[in-house]
Structure formats: C-alpha cells, structure tokens
Design a protein around this ligand. Structure first.
Ligand code: SF4
Length: 261
C-alpha cells in the first residue's frame, strides 16, 4: 500500500499515462510532492506539462557530461543528451524545480568541470555527483574510477558549482576523502569497511567503500582519522537542504526505462 509521510516521492521510469496515475495515487496517499525521474530517453516538454497539471512538482534528471558525445556514450542512447537538456529547459520554463545526478566514472571525471555551467543555464536547483559501485552489467572495473584520481575532479567541480550559486552534493564517497566538503555528502546505503576503518574516528558518519573496489584496489587510499576527529553533531541547514533534494522514497513504476548504471 502506498502511504505518504509528508515527504517527496520520486517516480522512476514510466510513460505519461502511468506517471499520471501514480501521481494521483501518491498525492492521495499523503505525499506532499511527487517528482518524476525519467530514463535516458527523457520526456517531452509537452509530457512534462501534462504531468505538472496532474500534480507532479519536481524533476530528477541524470547527466553524465555537458556534451552529447560523453553523455550519450554513458547513457547507451544516441540523442539522450539532447532530449534530457530539452526537458530541463522545459522544466525551467514551467518553473518546475529540477535536480541532476551525475555518476562519477573513469570517462567523465576529467570533464565534470563543464557541467556546473550547463546546470546553471538550465536553472537546475541542485546537483549530486555519485561515487558508483562496481556494476554487474559492465565489465568489472570498466567504469569505476580510482577514487584518488576521480574524486578530486568531482570535488573541484562541486566547489565550482557552489561558486556559481548551484547547491551541490556528493554521494557514496568515503568521508576521509572529502576534505572540507564532508558536509556535502548526502545519505546512501552503507558499503564495506576495511580493517583499518575500525580505528577511524569518522566511521560513525561514513558510508564506507564499495566492497568490489576494496577487493580490487585495497585500502591504500583511505585516511584513518583519530578518535578525536570532529563528527558533525547534526546536519546544518546546507546539509539538510541537500538531503531533502537527494534523499527520500523512490518507486520504480516501469521496466525498460532505467539508466544503465
Ligand atoms: S578510514 Fe574508513 S571509516 Fe574512516 S572515513 Fe575512511 S572509509 Fe570511512
């Protein structure tokens, strides 16, 4: 049974008809807001306008890069960049708040710096870079970057996004590798921990590291912090805002429209 808690429910995948039906059900069940997260083919602006009329109040999109070549390669769909950015511009025209997620890969880390400018142009309200886990649908390690190489690019891009006025977050990264941007991390399911993590003062607030990554590369990139390492007592206003944008219940309502990773 669908039961809301006053939170935002994100509907993943689905066509306009199904999304309209589920939006009505979600609002009746008590969710104060419904967001839609279409797959690589996105939605047309007309479809989004219909969904807004039916009660949809937010858009969740995914962009791998600020150019069609890199984005479409990751999305495994030619034209995905064009349809996704067209949808984001339609959301801007309809005044529908849109957030964007970007999985961090070996192939997009070095070009992430171009994304904040595009996201500001389409008036996205928030951006989250995801540290991905090994994916069974890909050759092992084919997309996952070494954290010591890829994550600094992500953190630099997040800092640039903030300078441009865009709220930016990171998900799935070991806390010891975030430096002064630890408060930008949004909650995600816990991963694995290395033996050295037992002595780390940040463990209580750390998501850990992907088990497949740990097995492949070991724990050499992790930086164990002393027991006296400062733990954030409670999420500040910025952290709460990012959590509101990038956490919350999701409902996958259709097969065939999901992202490859
Ligand atoms: S050393 Fe381990 S527990 Fe400590 S922050 Fe890094 S991954 Fe987390």
């Amino acid at each position: 049974m669908l039961r809301g808690t006053g939170a935002t429910l994100t509907l993943v995948g689905g066509d306009v008809e199904a999304l309209t039906r589920w939006t009505s059900a979600a609002r009746s069940a008590g969710f104060t807001r419904v967001a839609v997260a279409p797959g690589p083919a996105a939605l047309t602006g007309e479809a989004l306008a219909q969904l807004v009329a039916a009660g949809v109040g937010a858009l969740r999109a995914r962009l791998y890069a600020a150019d069609s070549g890199a984005h479409d390669w990751h999305a495994k769909l030619e034209g995905s960049f064009r349809t996704t950015t067209t949808l984001l511009r339609a959301a801007r025209a309809l005044r529908v708040p849109a957030t964007v997620r970007t999985p961090l890969t070996r192939s997009n880390a070095r070009v992430l710096a171009a994304l904040p400018g595009l996201l500001v142009d389409v008036a996205a309200v928030g951006w989250c870079v995801e540290v991905i886990a090994e994916d069974e649908r890909e050759p092992a390690g084919g997309l996952v970057p070494r954290l010591g190489v890829g994550l600094p690019y992500a953190l630099q891009a997040i800092a640039a996004a903030e300078r441009a006025g865009l709220a930016a977050a990171v998900e799935g990264a070991p806390a010891c590798l975030l430096g002064p941007l630890r408060e930008r991390e949004v909650p995600s399911p816990a991963r694995a921990f290395a033996g050295c993590c037992d002595d780390c003062g940040l463990r209580g607030g750390c998501v850990g590291i992907d088990a497949g990554y740990l097995q492949r590369f070991g724990a050499g990139e992790l930086v164990v912090r002393g027991r006296t390492a400062a733990e954030p007592a409670a999420p500040g206003p910025r952290a709460r805002r990012l959590q509101d944008m990038f956490s919350g219940p999701c409902l996958e309502i259709a097969e065939g429209a999901c992202w490859p990773i």
